[in-house]
Ligand binder design. Structure first.
Ligand code: SF4
Length: 474
């Protein structure tokens, strides 16, 4: 136990990381730490990192550099998550004041690591690999070996990938969920797809699913605690394979959606290759499944999809879109797009623009391609100038904005059920989220005060490119 120790944790990246941070926070609280709001108040400063894009990775090192001076006050620094996994010991070369490096598969070992930090007591900088006379690529220690390293850097704990297919990969015992109404459940970790641009298979390891029994047990436990919305998570959530062989992903969706008390069930992120028609049928059949699917396409050009090693064609992707559009419910569709992938021509880019029109997405996350360590695309010539990538991104976002303006307009006059998420005091508006994952802000009559976490009906009166405005239906 660590007495009155405090920690500060900043999270970068995706929902998987947000949920991992909830597990880290839960573990630290259980170990006697107290969470604080600022770096200055903390004894232990942690960054849960993302390495999907270079920008996100750089941000972490900037943070570490900015706060390095606080080491003189005895503060300790830790790097968690994907950059920790990807960079390993190299982190100590770039930021020698870091005392702890821990990959996402090893958070269940955090109590021992914290003990090491506590007992070693020495917060002096670690010598870099060079200073220690080490050369060559840094090595990762065996992830299954929890013995402390005692050589020249006693506080260092490097963790490898944990590819074991066990429910322990999904340690949730101490998850400190930040929202009391809506919570995440990780059902599958890692990725076997190896898209040419992506670091995830190298940072999160092989695909491994959690048993459906364990997922359902956690869903029931959450419902008992008052959660009404659950989001199932996985890098490729729909590649889920029940180790017990009891159910498919679509059947798991139905089973979790039928847990008494659950009003909304979401899942993200889906991979187009593994997206079966049974998922759409489950959405149609189970009222608690939300009317929203995030299906990353990345490019509208078959040539680029092939170079990206995405394992599907534009035609196969559009077939899945057609299934959703023919569903009984109005399923909102969102996606991810990368522009400027090596060898993307103007014609390839136009095919992506044309795909946006054809699908009529409700939202997209778009990015410029940036080379990432270890990825197959590093071998390709990243010859498209950054200005050209920026131009394509701008054109893409403008086109999508027009599509969204038209899409959002269609909601004017409709009544939507929203979960109340909070209040924007400055605007005197309440914030709601629809089943289609749209933000629907709303006003209420003076005497009414909606409870956060409840579900209310709202009549839509105005639309914007990214949100709706309405009034509470009394
Ligand atoms: S499917 Fe591709 S983009 Fe998604 S996590 Fe796996 S390798 Fe990365």
């Amino acid at each position: 136990m660590c007495g009155g120790k405090t920690f500060y944790l900043e999270t970068f990246g995706c929902q998987m990381n947000v949920h991992d941070s909830e597990k880290v926070i839960g573990t630290l609280l259980h170990e006697g730490y107290r969470q604080v709001e600022t770096v200055e108040q903390a004894d232990l400063i942690l960054y849960n990192t993302c390495s999907i894009r270079d920008k996100a990775e750089q941000k972490v090192f900037h943070r570490l550099a900015d706060y390095k001076k606080l080491q003189a006050e005895g503060k300790k620094f830790g790097v968690l998550g994907c950059v920790a996994q990807q960079e390993g010991e190299k982190i100590f070369d770039r930021a020698p004041h870091v005392s702890l490096v821990c990959g996402s598969a090893s958070y269940r070992n955090l109590p021992q690591m914290l003990e090491q930090l506590e007992t070693a007591g020495d917060t002096a900088s670690h010598p870099s690999r060079k200073e220690r006379g080490l050369s060559g690529a840094p090595t990762l220690t065996d992830p299954h070996d929890s013995r402390p390293r005692t050589q020249d850097s006693p506080l260092v704990r490097i963790t490898g990938l944990d590819d074991r297919a066990t429910d322990k990969c999904f340690e949730t015992e101490y998850a400190a969920r930040t929202n009391p109404h809506r919570g995440y459940i990780t059902i599958i970790e890692g990725c076997d797809k190896f898209c040419a641009y992506c670091v995830v298979p190298f940072t999160r390891g092989k695909e491994r699913s959690r048993t459906s029994d364990s997922v359902l047990a956690e869903a029931r436990q959450m419902a008992d605690l008052g959660y009404t919305e659950i989001q199932l998570l996985g890098q490729n959530v729909n590649s889920y394979k029940d180790p017990q062989g009891k159910c498919s992903f679509a059947e798991l969706l139905a089973a979790v959606g039928e847990v008494p008390g659950i009003k909304r069930l979401r899942f993200t992120t889906s991979h187009p290759r593994d997206f079966g028609r049974d998922i759409v049928e489950a959405i149609d059949a189970v009222p608690t499944l939300c009317d929203h699917v995030h299906l990353p396409v990345q490019s509208g050009s078959n040539k680029i999809l092939d170079a990206m090693q995405r394992l599907y064609t534009r035609e196969a992707y559009l077939e899945r879109i057609a299934w959703m559009k023919s569903a009984g419910r109005h399923i909102a569709i969102t996606t991810d797009v990368i522009v400027g992938f090596p060898a993307e021509t103007e014609d390839d880019f136009m095919q992506t623009l044309n795909l946006l029109d054809e699908v009529g997405y409700d939202g997209i996350f778009s990015f410029k391609y940036s080379p990432r360590p270890n990825t197959p695309a590093l071998k390709l010539d990243d010859a498209i100038p950054d200005e050209e990538k920026s131009r394509r991104l701008e054109v893409l976002m403008q086109r999508q904005k027009e599509i969204q303006i038209a899409n959002y307009k269609k909601y004017i006059g409709t009544v939507q059920e929203v979960m109340v998420e909070g209040k924007n005091d400055a605007r005197n508006q309440w914030i709601g989220r629809t089943t289609q994952n749209k933000t629907l802000n709303f006003t209420v009559p003076d005497a009414q005060v909606p409870q956060v976490g409840t579900y209310v009906k709202v009549r839509t009166i105005q639309s914007f490119p990214n949100s709706l405005l309405g009034e509470l239906v009394v």
